[in-house]
Design a protein around this ligand. Structure first.
Ligand code: AQP
Length: 329
């Protein structure tokens, strides 16, 4: 089986953007691929986090992975900081990545412009991501569009590392991103020109996977549209309604054109009500499972087993990297 690796940061409660862009695929791919899913808590600390909240969200994200349908008998689920090879490999990656490459990353530019002080870790976030991916001999990485540039950096690194240290042999596998055709970039429902983000200060801009049904209805009702009242897909001129159509399509698996036909002549009010129904129908049963799992011992057992499995594979790859560059006796 080909190998998949991906992760989500416990920097907030995941949104329907994280779900549509990445997490939904985590579940769908596990039959066909050998999957490893990480809770990337070391990535989360590249921006300030409250320690207690971070701990709580880390456990919460693990419960959410399971509640969404990731099956620990098929896939490995673990917490990044419980596998030391990530930080160790990241150092090797940093020493083989150029400052200019990192300073060019749009996520670094975006996120650093929003911080009062910028940690060195925010700049070296992509090398840690490279380490995450290469440690598991990954073939495919299901991610949203915002990670495309980091994936290109990962591929450049793998090629460079293999060329420089491989002596004709392949040390690391070359990974490829898996980005959904529609839904790779879900926009804020308050400002459809900016990306929906779980750490957005304006909580009305996103729908979190744990929002209660009545909150979901309220947020969808107040989602920004336009004054024309016509439901059509036109990303440029009607970004608000186009974003809602993309979300609708992701939650019902109905193609966008079909939805446009179905809602022709219907007002935005009715459309939004049906959209909220579709989101709630998918999220509500998942939320019930989440609350059952959150305080269970089963969750700890799964995370312990996951860390053990991940450690085995990751330390093997790390050894290979260290040996290749001369970090051994
Ligand atoms: N708006 C989005 N649409 C589609 N996919 C998205 N992803 C993020 N936002 C969208 C994808 O979700 C996965 C997990 O993201 P992450 O936790 O690694 O961090 P991020 O990309 O920085 O996402 P956020 O929600 O914006 O988090 P914060 O606010 O903490 O920075 C990734 O595959 C990502 O592409």
């Amino acid at each position: 089986k080909k190998k998949i690796f991906s992760g989500v940061q416990p920097s907030g409660i995941p949104t329907i953007g994280n779900y549509i862009g990445a997490m939904k695929q985590f579940v769908q791919r596990q039959e066909e691929y050998d999957c490893t899913y990480c809770i990337v808590n070391q990535h989360a600390i590249t921006v300030p986090q409250d320690p207690a909240t971070l701990t709580e969200r880390t456990r919460g994200l693990a419960a959410l992975y399971l509640a969404l349908g990731i099956d620990p008998n098929k896939s490995t689920i673990f917490i990044q900081s419980e596998v030391p090879a990530h930080a160790q490999a990241a150092w090797i990656v940093q020493c083989n990545t150029y400052l200019g490459e990192l300073e060019r990353m749009t996520q670094f530019k975006d996120k650093s412009s929003k911080q009062e002080t910028v940690s060195a870790g925010l700049l070296t976030y992509p090398p840690l991501m490279v380490a995450d991916i290469v440690l598991y001999n990954t073939d495919f990485v299901p991610v949203g569009e915002d990670q495309k540039q980091h994936m290109e950096l990962t591929r450049d690194f793998v090629q460079r590392f293999n060329n420089k240290y491989g002596k004709g042999k392949k040390i690391l596998s070359m990974p490829e991103p898996m980005i959904p055709e529609d839904g790779g970039r879900i926009m804020s429902i308050q400002d459809p020109t900016s990306k929906m983000s779980k750490s957005d200060k304006n909580t009305k801009g996103y729908i979190s996977l744990l929002d209660e049904p009545k909150v979901i209805r309220k947020k969808i009702k107040s989602a920004v549209t336009d004054s024309s009242g016509i439901i059509e897909y036109d990303k440029e001129n009607k970004p608000g309604i186009s974003n809602l159509l993309t979300i609708f399509s992701a939650f019902t698996d109905q193609p966008i054109d079909e939805l446009v036909n179905e809602f022709a002549g219907s007002g935005y009010g009715n459309f939004k009500e049906k959209l909220a129904d579709a989101i709630i129908a998918e999220l509500e049963p998942m939320q019930n499972r989440y609350y059952e799992l959150l305080s269970s011992k089963e969750l700890d057992d799964i995370l312990d087993a996951g860390a053990k499995q991940a450690n085995e594979i990751a330390s093997e790859t790390l050894k290979r990297m260290e040996t290749a560059i001369g970090l051994h006796r």
